[in-house]
Design a protein around this ligand. Structure first.
Ligand SMILES: [Zn+2]
Length: 283
């Protein structure tokens, strides 16, 4: 279960004439919180009637999932959930919403957030309008076009033989350690970003970055690009502004807690630990 787009989803920008919003799947948000109907351990999308309070001009058409049209919108600030409905953050819905709907909720929350924060032109302040031809908003006055933002961030698991470098941010849950991560700066390659982030956060040099995988991460609009890299020198010296503690761990000495399975960081750590477990120890 991830936020990556389900294979069965066909994205589109403009609703076709036959699309009937009253029969559609609706992702309705209050800020970053999704409106759902909880049912024991599971959660479900609300019925389409919950979208009645959304003005047509404020709907975003997302495309089709297995033949059903999909819309997203921000609920009006005054709207209160009907009986049986609650609003919840996406992290709390991990494992409770259907896998495909959970993934689409990650897309929907990013598009709704972008739509809300680009209502006015960033250059001249004129109200912008959605374009029908592509996912963008255009200023009718100066023609500036705003696209949904995706912010690339690298994740780096540094490996030294049988050991891996894990660190914790002061924001993490107690006892949790993860791989290092940081946002790409304008002008940097992913590999340059990786070297800089590791150096800045823990004072260590790395070499030979190997691509592991990527994951959409809608908090609020990131793209995580994960690498494994080899330790190439230096002593661990955490940057106190970002890193509370960092250290070398091995199969027999792991931190009390690793990241949850919602994040690619856990897949990355598990994959490298599995590789290490299969290798004969260095003599
Ligand atoms: Zn403008």
């Amino acid at each position: 279960m991830t936020f990556d787009t389900p294979d069965a989803f066909e994205a589109a920008v403009a609703a076709p004439p036959e699309a009937d919003p009253s029969q559609a799947l609706w992702f309705l948000f209050k800020g970053p919180q999704l409106l759902v109907r909880p049912d024991d351990a599971r959660a479900h999308l609300p019925s389409a009637s919950a979208a009645a309070q959304v003005e047509p001009a404020h709907r975003l058409y997302l495309g089709r999932l297995r033949g059903r049209h999909v819309y997203a919108a921000e609920l009006p600030a005054r709207a209160e959930p009907d009986d049986g409905h609650v609003t919840q953050g996406l992290r709390a819905l991990f494992g409770r919403l259907d896998d495909e709907l959970f993934a689409l909720a990650g897309r929907a929350v990013q598009l709704v957030d972008w739509n809300r924060t680009h209502r006015y032109c960033g250059a001249c302040g004129t109200p912008t309008a959605l374009r029908a031809s592509e996912r963008s908003r255009e200023c009718p006055s100066c023609k500036l076009v705003a696209y949904p933002r995706v912010a690339p961030a690298i994740m780096a698991l540094v490996r030294d033989g049988q050991r891996i470098l894990l660190a914790r941010s002061p924001h993490f849950a107690p006892g949790m350690y993860s791989a290092l991560a940081g946002f790409v700066e304008p002008g940097e390659s992913l590999e340059q970003c990786l070297v800089r982030e590791v150096r800045e956060e823990v004072g260590v040099e790395v070499a030979r970055p190997r691509y592991f995988g990527s994951q959409s991460w809608p908090f609020p609009h990131s793209m995580m690009i994960a690498f494994v890299a080899d330790y190439a020198g230096g002593e661990i010296s955490p940057d106190p502004a970002e890193i509370e503690d960092a250290g070398w761990f091995d199969l027999h000495h792991l931190p009390p807690q690793l990241p949850g399975k919602i994040s690619i960081s856990r897949r990355l750590i598990d994959a490298v630990l599995a590789d290490i477990a299969q290798e004969p120890p260095a003599s």
